[in-house]
Design a protein around this ligand. Structure first.
Ligand code: PLP
Length: 421
């Protein structure tokens, strides 16, 4: 039977038929062939509790019986109010206002629009461009494409269609680098700000871990330095924690490693435990209060139909409760330890001619190869061993669900290094 589904990022001529998933439990999903695959990617990094988590499923069922959806324009409801309160409680101090949307990309669009409008309202309409980093990935909508890495990113084809922004080099100092080792990265950032600050509304970054752009990791000192530079040049700092949020880097948020409060923070992927698409853009009082005023320009003109969807908010609340009650940060520390000993400390991998680097942070690890060809066939190799791996270009990575057992974590790392051993 021909499929009518158009798959993402697929070469239609060469793509192989997509395996059909019929269910899942814990870290595994099941195919119609009966095959069980251990998901090393937790479905694009969002299914942090694994599949069919009984508490999350029950929360959706219960909420569905009460209220599946209602518009947030002029109305509110308990799950939206409660989730906003919880997000303010758990995120860095000062992020007191929550704007909901339905995906990570839209959450970033909201942040970018808010930043530009903020400066308009402050009487600085010239600050209407953004500053992003090379290797950045912030989503697939037009506004987001324009702030993804313009050379290596997936969107270079659309350069003529997109607004032009500014880019600073991607940070190069590793996670454990001392402050001095971040000076070159921060100087590069400062140079762009010195030249263009008068037209820059906000600096956007995926803090500590540039994910889809090649799992590039950097130091908390870089975040602190970026905060200082943004204050110096009157530029808002936006942390895109769509991938890093909810434990991926080993702390609840990447910003927690640095003790930095951005002016805005965007959350999505792990927010609902992956059970429904949703996002939140958080803002400080400084940003929010600039929108209090009498002119028509003071309203924030944005409102996705499904923002604050009750099912999504309810399951996000349950996801957070499970995260805290079941001590996920301790589980992540356990997974982290395995990733370090099995991958980063592996001598064969380190010496392998195809391997450029092996690094990890929290519940994320990557084997960076020299050439994407070095990974041709790795997904099939993994599937034969019952593991679902999907490399991005030259990067073979895992971002497991946090409920992955130590034995399953080792099955994943064995398959990853087995490709090279
Ligand atoms: C996935 C991702 C996005 C986009 O989120 P969608 O829900 O796919 O629109 C934005 N930023 C980062 C850092 C991401 O990893």
């Amino acid at each position: 039977m021909t499929s009518h589904v158009w798959h993402p990022y697929a070469h239609l001529k060469t793509q192989s038929p997509a395996p059909k998933v019929v269910g899942g439990e814990g870290p595994n999903f099941t195919l119609d062939t009966g095959e069980q695959l251990l998901d090393a990617t937790c479905s694009w990094w969002c299914m942090i509790h694994g599949y069919a988590h009984p508490r999350l499923v029950a929360a959706i069922r219960e909420q569905a019986g009460k209220l599946c959806h209602v518009m947030l324009g002029g109305l509110t409801h308990e799950p939206a109010d409660r989730l906003a309160r919880e997000l303010v409680r758990i995120t860095p101090d000062g992020l007191n206002h929550v704007f909901y949307s339905d995906s990570g990309s839209v959450g970033m669009e909201v942040a970018m629009k808010m930043a530009v409008q903020y400066h308009q309202l402050q009487g600085k309409p010239g600050k209407h461009r953004l500053l992003s980093l090379m290797k950045a990935y912030h989503g697939d909508t037009a506004g987001c494409m324009a702030v993804c890495d313009p050379e290596e990113g997936m969107h270079s084809l659309f350069a003529g269609y997109l607004p032009r922004h500014h880019f600073a080099p991607a940070p190069t100092a590793p996670f454990d680098a001392p402050r001095e080792a971040c000076e070159a990265d921060l100087t590069a950032l400062r140079r762009v700000l010195e030249r263009h600050h008068h037209e820059i509304a906000a600096l956007l970054m995926e803090p500590l871990l540039q994910a889809a752009g090649g799992l590039n990791m950097t130091s908390p000192h870089y975040l602190r330095g970026a905060r200082e530079l943004c204050d110096e040049f009157d530029v808002l700092l936006v942390f895109d924690e769509v991938a890093t949020g909810f434990g991926r880097t080993g702390r609840l948020f990447a910003s927690d490693h640095a003790g930095v409060t951005p002016d805005m923070m965007v959350l999505s992927k792990g927010l609902t435990g992956g059970y429904l698409g949703h996002a939140a853009t958080l803002a400080t009082d400084r940003v929010h209060d600039a929108f209090i005023g009498d002119t028509p320009h003071h309203a924030f003109m944005h409102g996705p139909t499904f923002m604050g969807n009750p099912l999504a908010c309810r399951v996000a609340l349950e996801s957070l409760a499970v995260f805290e009650e079941e001590h996920y940060l301790a589980r992540i520390a356990g997974l982290s330890e395995i990733l370090r000993t099995e991958l980063v400390d592996d001598a064969v991998l380190a010496a392998h001619p195809a391997v450029e680097d092996v690094r990890m942070l929290g519940a994320t690890a990557v084997i960076e190869t020299r050439d994407a060809k070095d990974l041709a066939g790795v997904a099939d190799h993994a599937r034969e061993q019952g593991v679902w791996l999907r490399p991005i270009g030259r990067w073979l990575y895992t971002m497991p669900a946090y409920i992955t057992s130590p034995a399953d974590m080792r099955r994943i790392t064995d398959v990853m290094k087995g490709w090279f051993h």
